[in-house]
Design a binder for this molecule. Sequence first.
Ligand code: IDP
Length: 152
Amino acid sequence: MAAERSFIAIKPDGVQRGLVGEILGRFERKGFKLVGLKQLTPSRELAESHYGVHRERPFFAGLVDFITSGPVVAMVWEGDGVIASARKLIGATKPLEAEPGTIRGDLAINIGRNVIHGSDAPETAEFEIGLWFQPSELSDWSPADQVWRVEG
Ligand code: IDP
């Protein structure tokens, strides 16, 4: 069975504020495996597909403007339970409600500038990974210290 993967993106505010290393480091230190990484400024088509579920919401146009306004760091992280765990690492959508210790709790104050996206379920993870990455852009590899991360 394929290992679980999640799509994680550092939004333009996180890139502009120089938080890429800080955020990447949190996922690395947790022990998840980085299998895809690139920086791109998304097209409107890509942003509208990614946030398609919010198409009818009043903040949709502003959200698409924001996400397409500059570079985004798009990533795929792999590991058991990574989808739910990443959501915990990221924290609540409203940064002022996000617990200290989470990415949004520590690094953001505003819902429209909450620095990071993470897939919320296996189906959305699969959809988002396919939307942002070609299969050839993802690496199958085994960390040399895997035996020190996962038992058995
Ligand atoms: P999530 O990013 O925590 O999964 P969602 O509810 O899926 O949260 O919303 C997607 C993104 O849309 C949020 O991260 C935030 O950037 C933006 N957003 C959601 N609600 C609002 C709002 O009321 N005003 C402005 N932006 C919003």
